[in-house]
Design a protein around this ligand. Structure first.
Ligand code: TXA
Ligand code: MG
Length: 313
């Protein structure tokens, strides 16, 4: 009595994903809104489709540990966690491997990524057929409940996103997220895998990180990329500053990157993290940022810039 998609449906969904389209798919936790994590435009359509006003780093789903290791470097402890709990509702934050190929917008500019191998036959078949990591937040419009059936996903997006139907999700809550710091396991988000189960399996306490906390230690784990430079928003640059421009820019002799000379917000979002990194790497004390419209992806861009500009401890 399986409602599961057949090989052809999986192959078609995989082809769509490889072509940069979105496909919603079931996992054991909730339905995910999937995009090729190596394609920045595809990942940006996740934001557009969910109407998400904020760029968060996204979990990249993998077919197996081998695919995970092409993307990130696993310490012995991180690898033991994957071996013990994958496939399953555990996302592990690990440092990116050089040449990983993930889109900046998929990691929100961080040098780490949260990876997980979902425990669902349809998700795994799709990941294998696609042969690429898939970014997939819950498949609901921003602010709505996470969906646990294909029907909820269809209704949520008014039928605009194709959905692979894999029946009802077992867990109904998102995966547990952990990071590893030396021999310490830190839980960043509580979820479908109980902390006690990790503690039992590894014979050690799992530290809980406060929401939004920055954990700094060797192997610095920041939940949000923050430039070293101070930021001035919605402004014109002054001598000595670096300038992040948008649209038609006034001539400026300092270090300049233009998010989109054509004033296209999609292009601007695609360039945001890499250009911030580049300007920050010039060693400028301050980055001045041109005004950016607040519509569409502009909302998430402005949110990101405001948080980058916020005073730090
Ligand atoms: O169960 C789940 O995990 C579902 C299903 C679809 O698999 N997916 C899901 O993905 O909840 P997503 O992308 O919405 O989870 C994003 C959260 C971020 O808000 C952040 O808390 C955490 O994952 N995250 C991702 N990358 C991170 C990183 N490099 N460092 C710290 N936290 C990270
Ligand atoms: Mg969600």
């Amino acid at each position: 009595m399986s409602t599961f998609p057949d090989d052809q449906a999986i192959a078609e969904a995989a082809a769509s994903l490889r072509a940069g389209k979105l496909v919603a798919f079931p996992t054991e936790t909730v339905y995910g809104l999937g995009a090729d994590a190596t394609n920045p435009d595809a990942v940006l359509s996740i934001y557009e489709t969910k109407g998400r006003p904020r760029f968060n780093p996204l979990i990249a789903h993998v077919a197996d540990l081998e695919m995970a290791e092409t993307l990130a470097v696993f310490s012995p402890l991180a690898k033991k966690l994957a071996e013990k709990f994958w496939p399953g509702p555990l996302s592990i934050v690990v440092p990116l491997r050089p040449g990983h190929g993930l889109a900046d917008v998929a990691t929100a500019g961080l040098d780490t990524v949260a990876l997980r191998m979902p425990d669902h036959p349809v998700a795994l078949a799709l990941l294998r057929a696609t042969g690429r990591p898939l970014s997939a937040p819950s498949a609901n419009p921003s602010g709505k409940l996470s969906p646990t059936t294909a029907e909820q996903v269809r209704r949520g997006f008014g039928g605009k996103v194709p959905v692979l139907d894999g029946g009802a999700c077992k867990a109904g809550v998102e995966s547990t997220i952990v990071a590893v710091d030396g021999e310490t396991i830190i839980q960043l988000r509580a979820g479908a895998l109980a902390r006690e189960d990790i503690e039992k399996a590894f014979g050690r306490k799992v530290t809980r990180a406060a929401k939004g906390a920055k954990i700094s230690a060797p192997g610095m784990l920041l939940s949000h990329y923050a430039p070293n430079a101070a930021m001035r928003l919605d402004t014109a640059p002054e001598p000595g500053e670096a300038f992040l421009a948008f649209g038609e820019a006034q001539p400026f002799t300092g270090e300049t990157r233009n998010l989109s000379p054509a004033a296209d917000l999609h292009e601007a979002a695609r360039n945001l993290f890499s250009m911030l990194h580049e300007l920050d790497a010039t060693g400028a004390q301050t980055i001045a940022v041109a005004p950016i419209p607040h519509e569409g992806l502009g909302e998430a861009i402005n949110d990101r810039l405001q948080r980058a500009a916020a005073p730090r401890e």
